[in-house]
Design a protein around this ligand. Structure first.
Ligand code: FE
Ligand code: FE
Ligand code: ZN
Ligand code: FE
Length: 217
């Protein structure tokens, strides 16, 4: 833990630099090397919020809040996708994954508890965008095999985002020595991988072919 007085001093120094940054804007960027990067904000560097994570643990908890929001959003988005699907195989796959997703929400609550944090949801911009893209694909396709192929495409983007997220979370938890959390996160990671495979199979086995037949009609 950093001494709080030191921290305040650093923040003040950062604020002072920010106020003068406009006049210094023409200073060659080449001179701002690693030694100054802690207090200055070189061009292209995102300025950290006052709530910014200072260590891996905080980043881990922030990421948990993000995926908790995402999973909850999916429990609302998946029924809409199922309603727009035609293939019974795809409808079943989506409904199965809806049940799995509800379990994942509950499992995340266990993860929060295991690391001594309150379960909180924080809006995930990526999942909001992926769900929106799925809605866009449905609007852009006639109901039937073509929309089914589009729903699979959108769903796989969602699953891949989740796979990346849970893989990262499990790695963070491992480094932090949160073994109970690792186990829970890997369980979900495997469920997301399974969902991705199921969707790939549905696409390869029938849906993409059926959708291509629509071209001839
Ligand atoms: Fe999920
Ligand atoms: Fe995210
Ligand atoms: Zn997110
Ligand atoms: Fe999923």
């Amino acid at each position: 833990m950093k001494d709080s007085n030191t921290k305040t001093a650093t923040k003040k120094a950062t604020a002072a630099k920010t106020t003068t940054s406009a006049s210094k804007a023409k200073t060659p960027a080449s001179k701002s090397s690693a030694s100054t990067s802690k207090t200055s904000t070189p061009k292209g560097t995102v300025k950290a919020k006052s709530s910014a994570a200072e260590g891996l643990r905080e980043l881990f908890v922030d990421s948990l809040k993000d995926i908790y929001w995402a999973e909850k959003a999916l429990t609302k988005a998946l029924p809409k996708m199922a309603k727009n699907a035609t293939s019974q195989n795809l409808i079943d796959a989506i409904n199965d994954h809806l049940k799995v997703t509800e379990g994942q929400v509950a499992r995340l609550e266990e993860v929060f508890a295991s690391v001594g944090e309150k379960a909180t949801a924080k809006k995930c911009d990526a999942m909001e965008g992926l769900i929106k893209e799925g809605e866009g694909i449905m609007e852009e396709t006639e109901i039937g095999a073509v929309r089914d192929a589009g729903i699979i495409a959108a769903s796989q983007k969602i699953e891949h985002y989740e796979i990346a997220t849970y893989g990262t979370l499990a790695a963070f938890a491992k480094t932090l020595g949160e073994d109970a959390a690792v186990e829970l996160l890997v369980q979900t990671l495997n469920e997301e991988k399974e969902a991705d495979i199921t969707l790939t199979e549905a696409a390869y086995n029938t849906i993409n072919f059926d959708a291509s037949e629509e071209d001839e009609e």
